[in-house]
Design a protein around this ligand. Structure first.
Ligand code: BDR
Ligand code: CA
Length: 352
C-alpha cells in the first residue's frame, strides 16, 4: 500500500492498527527469547542480502543483546553467489570479520527459482559495489556450518531466517537430533493479510513454500515477523539527513542502499519509502517490547494455485477448538514505528 498514514500504532493499540483480519487476535506475551547485554542471545542469521538484509545484519552486529555466530546465505533476492559475497563484504564493512559466512541453497526444494532483483538490483545491493572482504566463505556450506555451531553451543541458539527457508528446512530434515539446540526461529516472512510477491504471498515464503511448510510443521518454537508488522517498519527520505550526519562508511553505504530503494519505489509510484522487513525479525530478539505478537496457527499453501506461498494464519478460538488445532507460532502485528527509525540510526552511529 502506498498510503500507510494512520496505520502505525504504538504496541498494543489494537484500535488504530491495520489488523489483518476481521477477528482481532489478542496480543499475547512473546514466546521468543530476548537477549540482554549481560547475556547476549546466540544467533545465526540465514539471509539473501538484499537491501533490508544488509540493514538487519548491521543490527545483529551492533546490538549488545545479540551474539551473532554466523551469517549463512541462501538464493533469494539475488543469485546465491552474490548473496554470499554480499554477506562477506557487509561484515567486513561493519568490522565483523570474525563472524563466519557459509553459502547455502541456490534455489528452492521444489519449483522454479524466484528472484527479487527488480527490487534489490542484479547483485542484491542496488548499484552499490562494496570493497572486497579478505575472507572466503566456510567451505562446508550453510547447513553444515549451522549444524556445527548448534552442536558445539553450550546453550540453544536462535535462528533468524530473513530469506527463503530452504536452508532451514534442510537443517531440520538433515539434523533432527539438533532440534533441542534451536531455541527459536524468528523469521521474516509470510503475512496473515496481504502478500507482496502476489496478493496472496510474501516473497520469502513464495520463493520456497515447501521449505516453509516443513518449518511450520516442525514443532519448533517460531515467531513469524511478516508483512503485517514489517509494513509498519518504514523509513523515508528523512532518514538520509540523519545518516548523513554520521561519520562511518557503514552509514554512507546504508544511505546509498536506502536511496536506491526510495528512488525505485518513487519511480513505481509507491512513494519514497521502504519497509525494512528483515531488521524487524533481528530486533525482536534484542528488544522485548518493540514488536507486539499474537498466537496463530499458521500453515502454508505449497500448491501451484493462485494462493501459492500464502501463510494461512488462524487465531479464531472457535475454529481452532473445532478443528483441534493449537497455535504454532507468534505472529508480529504491531511495532513502535518511530522508535524503529531511531533504532536504525543508532545502529549506524555505532558502526565504523
Ligand atoms: C522479504 O523479501 C525480500 O525481498 C526482503 O529481503 C525480505 O526478506 C520481504 O518480503
Ligand atoms: Ca531478505
Amino acid at each position: 500500500s502506498s498510503d500507510l498514514k494512520g496505520r502505525s500504532a504504538p504496541v498494543g493499540d489494537a484500535s488504530k492498527v491495520g489488523w489483518p483480519t476481521f477477528h482481532h487476535a489478542m496480543l499475547s506475551a512473546r514466546t521468543a527469547p530476548c537477549g540482554t547485554s549481560d547475556a547476549p542471545l546466540p544467533l545465526i542469521i540465514d539471509s539473501d542480502p538484499g537491501l533490508d538484509d544488509a540493514l538487519a545484519i548491521a543490527c545483529a552486529v551492533v546490538r549488545p543483546e545479540l551474539n551473532l555466530l554466523a551469517v549463512t546465505s541462501v538464493g533469494g533476492n539475488a543469485d546465491v553467489h552474490h548473496c554470499t559475497e554480499n554477506a562477506l563484504r557487509l561484515l567486513h564493512l561493519y568490522g565483523a570479520d570474525d563472524v563466519p559466512v557459509a553459502e547455502g541453497a541456490v534455489g528452492p526444494l521444489a519449483g522454479p527459482l524466484e528472484r527479487a532483483t527488480e527490487v534489490h538490483g542484479e547483485g542484491g545491493l542496488g548499484k552499490t559495489v562494496l570493497p572486497k572482504s579478505p575472507r572466503v566463505a566456510d567451505r562446508d556450506g550453510a547447513v553444515a556450518l549451522m549444524a556445527r555451531l548448534l552442536d558445539g553451543s553450550p546453550v540453544p541458539v536462535a535462528l533468524a531466517p530473513i530469506g527463503p527457508l530452504t536452508n532451514i528446512a534442510l537443517l531440520i530434515r538433515s539434523f533432527p537430533h539438533l532440534a533441542p539446540k534451536i531455541s527459536h526461529i524468528c523469521l521474516m516472512g509470510g503475512s496473515v493479510g496481504e502478500g507482496n510477491s502476489s496478493a496472496s504471498a510474501e516473497f520469502n515464503i513464495y520463493a520456497d513454500p515447501t521449505a516453509a511448510e516443513i518449518m511450520f510443521a516442525s514443532g519448533l518454537p517460531i515467531t513469524m515477523i511478516g508483512l503485517d508488522v514489517t509494513h509498519h517498519a518504514i523509513l523515508d527520505r528523512t532518514i538520509l539527513d540523519r545518516l548523513k550526519l554520521l561519520p562511518g562508511a557503514s552509514a554512507k553505504v546504508a544511505a546509498e542502499l536506502l536511496k536506491f530503494s526510495f528512488d525505485r519505489s518513487a519511480a513505481w509510484g509507491q512513494g519514497e519509502k521502504m519497509a525494512i522487513h528483515d531488521a524487524v525479525a533481528v530486533l525482536h530478539l534484542a528488544l522485548p517490547d518493540l514488536v507486539g505478537v499474537a498466537r496463530y496457527h499458521v500453515v502454508v499453501d505449497a500448491t501451484q494455485g493462485p494462493a501459492r506461498g500464502r501463510t494461512i494464519g488462524d487465531a479464531n478460538p472457535y475454529r481452532l477448538k473445532r478443528d483441534n488445532l493449537e497455535p504454532n507460532c507468534d505472529v508480529g502485528l504491531t511495532i513502535d514505528s518511530a522508535r524503529f527509525a531511531d533504532l536504525m540510526v543508532d545502529v549506524f552511529a555505532k558502526l565504523p
